[in-house]
Design a protein around this ligand. Structure first.
Ligand code: CP3
Length: 354
């Protein structure tokens, strides 16, 4: 938990924020809180500035990225901003023909199935994503002591979109490639790990205070398959950032059985969805990591007394170990009432204050 008060004088700045301190398992004045997908369709001000502009296009306009990233910070007073972008942005920069279709997600024109397909995905150069560098610098200048979280998609989740050609329930073609052509599979994940590492290094060089690696769909795998086909590539990304000086968060959905392995991949903080209690997750993650989560995003549609009780339950579980960052178990659903999110932030701050 974050209960102990620290009276040492602070130097200020985002590295001394409650969020970054909790990532490092240091004492904090209150439990920090932010929400995955805090920027986006739940906010009317987001829908207004996005009107008529495509998702990928939006991610390449630094002034618009700046505005959208700041919206939830202004409105909810969350403890961290997360860069407005998407996991497929670096893959598009690598030359893959794709689009983000509203209501569907990323759709890839020519799915990746052969070694020749893999070789057409170019490694990226920082100059290929200069708009991300520019957006991060704008934001860091404006956010002051509020930390900015950078992020990328993990190799497996990116591969799933590339191999399936779009969102998938069962990941059939992905698993067929993994097991049927392991050489092509490892070439693909190796290339994606390289691109992801470059993308995250650009964000870190531009000033983000932490990074989150989203392996959203890893929970589709058994632990044995995760360890054999995925972990080495995610470890290459997280390990490649070991000396970068910013905390690394590793998150996936439905990962109860994978938490130990995902922790071994090299994160400082492990994100947990709502299916696993923070107490059970802590045992699997091990004693030396911070934990992030894990209110069910669907619970935000319940009456306030139910939400309040659940927030307090999550805080109580998080208090059993040093280093808890309050979040949802997955992203904010677009239909969520933003006033409920603002209230949750205030409650987390008030209920956890020492
Ligand atoms: O506020 C934030 O969290 C930062 C922004 C962010 C977006 N995508 C913006 C976005 C982040 C962190 C992502 C990551 C992302 N993108 C993930 C990993 C996180 C997760 O949810 O598990 C994944 C799997 C994607 C792929 C993707 N992009 C999906 C599934 C969708 C939703 C499709 C839809 O319309 O329902 C997108 C599009 C997308 N990315 C939107 C936003 C705000 C919605 C598009 C819009 O507003 O027009």
């Amino acid at each position: 938990g974050n209960a102990a008060r620290d009276d040492r004088p602070t130097t200020g700045g985002p590295a001394d924020s409650a969020f970054v301190r909790a990532c490092r398992r240091e004492p904090v004045p209150h439990t920090p809180v932010w929400f995955m997908r805090q920027a986006g369709r739940s906010l009317p001000e987001y829908r207004e500035v996005r009107a008529g502009i495509g998702m990928l296009d939006s991610c390449r306009r630094p002034e618009l990225v700046r505005e959208i990233t700041l919206q939830p910070v202004r409105r909810h007073h969350v403890d961290a901003a997360i860069l407005f972008s998407d996991i497929v942005v670096p893959v598009a920069a690598a030359g893959v023909d794709l689009d983000i279709v509203p209501g569907t997600g990323p759709v890839v024109a020519e799915p990746v199935r052969t070694l020749a397909d893999v070789e057409r995905i170019r490694p990226i150069d920082p100059a290929d994503v200069s708009y991300v560098d520019e957006a991060v610098r704008l934001l860091v200048g404006e956010l002051g002591n509020t930390p900015l979280i950078g992020f990328a998609g993990a190799p497996f989740t990116l591969a799933s979109y590339l191999v399936e050609g779009g969102p998938s329930r069962n990941h059939l073609r992905t698993k067929a490639l993994m097991h049927g052509a392991p050489d092509i599979w490892h070439a693909l994940l190796g290339r994606l790990a390289e691109i992801t590492l470059t993308f995250l290094r650009v964000q870190i060089a531009a000033g983000v205070s932490a990074v989150q690696l989203f392996d959203s769909w890893a929970g589709a795998l058994s632990e044995a398959d995760y360890r054999r086909f995925v972990l080495p590539h995610s470890a290459a990304v997280l390990g490649g950032l070991a000396g970068a000086g910013v905390p690394r968060i590793h998150f996936g959905v439905g990962t109860a059985e994978l938490l130990g392995a995902m922790s071994e991949a090299g994160a400082d903080v492990v994100g947990v969805d709502w299916r696993t209690s923070l107490d059970a997750a802590t045992v699997r993650i091990g004693p030396d990591k911070a934990i992030q989560g894990n209110l069910d995003p669907a619970l935000l549609f319940a009456p306030w007394p139910v939400i309040e009780a659940e927030v307090r339950r999550v805080l109580a579980e998080g208090a059993n170990t040093p280093g808890h960052i309050f979040n949802l178990g997955h992203g904010v659903l677009p239909e969520t009432d933003p006033e409920v999110l603002t209230r949750v932030v205030a409650l987390v701050h008030e209920a956890s204050a020492s």
